[in-house]
Design a binder for this molecule. Structure first.
Ligand code: ATP
Length: 234
């Protein structure tokens, strides 16, 4: 990939209210996540963590202020260019009817362009190898629409594998580890740290353990930054 800026996310005095709403959900948010950093967001339910993350892929646009990726306002990217930089993992895993492989390599055009080695590697980092190898058909095994034949934690691991397979400059994990048991969560986090060094990671978390070793933790309270620091500082 590129060197230098690639992977930087900056919020500059961002305030946000949902279209047609009167109340602001985010108030004057400013921070920078530098290339390769892990920045975590915590705060009580409804404090605005998901809303903040969602401004980066432009699910919504900032009402005031600027959201910048690599120094450029997200509004000035083509949708494709912006999305190519981002690996977004939502709160609720989204799976499609198809094979395990096609779900991980989702977005790659055509069967021939799927990189089987990269699929296995992504699944391995996402802690999915064991359950997939137990499935009938394994990587060519079927996933039902919505992943109804999988557990919540298995679905999350496949969604995470999909983001890893994409090899983005910036990962956006919106509470993506919530359905994982403690051990899987811990192993997955250490593998992400070890194997995905270059990329910037923004992580919304409920469990403090998930973000213990983040470079920076941003505490949100009613849409305002109530604190920034490391786990030990806060
Ligand atoms: P949680 O930890 O429960 O996921 P959160 O910190 O991620 O919470 P958000 O999901 O960002 O919080 O919600 C912040 C506020 O925005 C809440 O008051 C919520 O009701 C409101 N909100 C979220 N999505 C929408 C929407 N699409 N339209 C209007 N209001 C919304």
């Amino acid at each position: 990939g590129e060197i230098g800026l690639a992977g930087e996310v900056e919020f500059r005095n961002v305030s946000f209210k949902y279209p047609d709403a009167s109340e602001y959900i985010l108030h004057n948010i400013s921070f920078t996540a530098h290339k390769g950093e892990t920045v975590a967001f915590i705060g009580s339910t409804g404090s605005g963590k998901s809303t903040l993350i969602n401004l980066i892929p432009r699910f919504y646009d900032a009402t005031e202020g600027e959201v910048l990726v690599d120094g450029v306002n997200v509004k000035n990217y083509t949708q494709e260019a912006l999305h190519n930089k981002l690996g977004y993992v939502s709160q609720k895993a989204i799976l499609f009817s198809g094979t395990v492989s096609s779900n991980v390599a989702y977005g790659d055009i055509g069967e021939n362009s799927k990189n089987e080695t990269a699929i296995r590697k992504a699944v391995e980092i996402a802690q999915g190898t064991e359950f997939i190898e137990k499935m009938e058909g394994q990587y060519e095994g079927s996933i039902a629409q919505g992943g109804t034949n999988l557990s919540g934690g298995q679905k999350q691991r496949l969604s995470i594998a999909r983001a890893i397979y994409k090899n983005p400059e910036i990962y956006l994990f919106d509470d993506s580890f919530s359905a994982l048991d403690y051990r899987t969560d811990r192993v997955l986090r250490s593998l992400i740290k070890k194997e995905i060094k270059e990329a910037t990671k923004l992580i919304v978390a409920q469990r403090i353990g998930t973000i213990k070793d983040a470079d920076r933790i941003i505490v949100l309270d009613e849409g305002k930054i109530a604190g920034i620091g490391t786990h030990d500082e806060l």
